[in-house]
Design a protein around this ligand. Structure first.
Ligand code: AHM
Ligand code: MG
Length: 315
């Protein structure tokens, strides 16, 4: 006889399978982009963020929404590409809420730089009942989070509240194979990653941290891909920090709290790292709107502590 707990976990695995299938589809589109005329801008104008939508943004969003609705395990969906929450059809409604960025870093896609999909999953208050406020839970309430990187290899990274595991797509089998079990972020790293073109807008704390990275006996390396999934993937494997701070140009930060910062913060924490807004834990933030932005620093514990120390001393 199956228990409520069994049903809950089988629903979650069906939902995650649907996301993994969406990612395989998107990976296939990314790989043949130029050949299948999937490059360039869509003629949909700008998305809700005021950013130009690329053709692949539209495809990736349609794939995610279609798969998540028909898997019958979600009540509400929040996508970077859609202004309002999407309520699943009542006949399809399940017990989970899924927030996602279907194709992060898409401005890089035409020049062949790695891009990715990011997602977070919450439990809905009531099975089958779609409530928009269920998408506004603090990040620490997520039951699972992950991303798929479409890079030199295609890696699906996932936590369902325990360890973080990475699965590489075997293109000949069309299956994700466990290749990076129990990913652990090194306690200290030798890399910092931030868009230094914004230096003039930063506050003193951020400037001090980056100066410290450069002015040591063994200066830390600067690496910035400009594609969050790829920058975080490197940070998970090699350590160091990734930052997109709030500054004078981006007073609330640039990255979106629900479907960029929260899932990455959960993954980094579950891998033994740390995710901070400069003084407190990202996952403790209670969102007030679905597309709100957030300044963020994440990576190796001791390095993120150092950022917080620089921020504190500058206050
Ligand atoms: P997007 O969701 O519109 O693709 O924007 C998010 C991306 C992240 O992948 C990346 O970390 C950041 O924007 C880069 O921003 P910038 O070009 O300002 O450095
Ligand atoms: Mg994005």
């Amino acid at each position: 006889m199956s228990t409520a707990k069994d049903e809950d976990s089988s629903d979650l695995s069906i939902l995650i399978q649907s996301i993994a299938t969406s990612c395989k589809y998107i990976q296939n589109c990314v790989r043949k982009m130029g050949l299948a005329k999937l490059g360039g801008e869509a003629n949909t104008g700008q998305n809700v963020q005021g950013e130009t939508q690329m053709k692949l943004d539209v495809v990736a969003n349609d794939v995610f929404v279609g798969m998540l609705d028909t898997c019958k395990r979600c009540t509400v969906l929040v996508s970077e590409e859609i202004e309002d929450p999407v309520y699943c059809k009542p006949s399809n409604a399940g017990r989970y809420v899924c927030v996602f960025d279907p194709l992060d870093g898409s401005s890089n896609v035409d020049c062949g730089v790695s891009v990715g999909s990011i997602f977070g999953i919450y439990r809905a208050t009531e099975k089958g009942v779609a409530r928009a406020e269920d998408a506004l839970q603090p990040g620490k309430c997520m039951v699972a989070a992950g991303y798929c990187m479409y890079g030199s290899y295609c890696n699906f990274v996932l936590t369902i509240g325990g360890h973080v595991h990475g699965f590489t797509l075997d293109p000949s089998l069309g299956e994700f194979i466990l290749t990076h079990p129990k990913i652990t972020v090194p306690k200290r790293g030798s890399i910092y990653s931030v868009n230094e073109g914004n230096t003039q807008f930063w506050d003193e704390g951020m400037k001090t941290y980056v100066e410290r990275c450069k002015n040591q006996a063994e200066p830390r390396g600067a690496r910035y891909i400009g594609s969050m999934v790829a920058d975080i993937h490197r940070t998970l494997l090699y350590g160091g920090t990734f930052s997109y701070p709030s500054d004078r140009k981006h007073p609330d930060g640039k990255l979106r709290l629900l479907y960029e910062c929260f899932p990455m913060a959960m993954i980094v924490e579950k891998a033994g790292g740390k995710a901070s807004d400069g003084c407190g834990r990202i996952l403790d933030i209670k969102p007030t709107s679905i597309h709100q932005r957030q300044g963020i620093h994440l990576g190796s514990v001791e390095d993120v502590d150092e950022i917080e120390e620089c921020m504190k001393n500058a206050r």
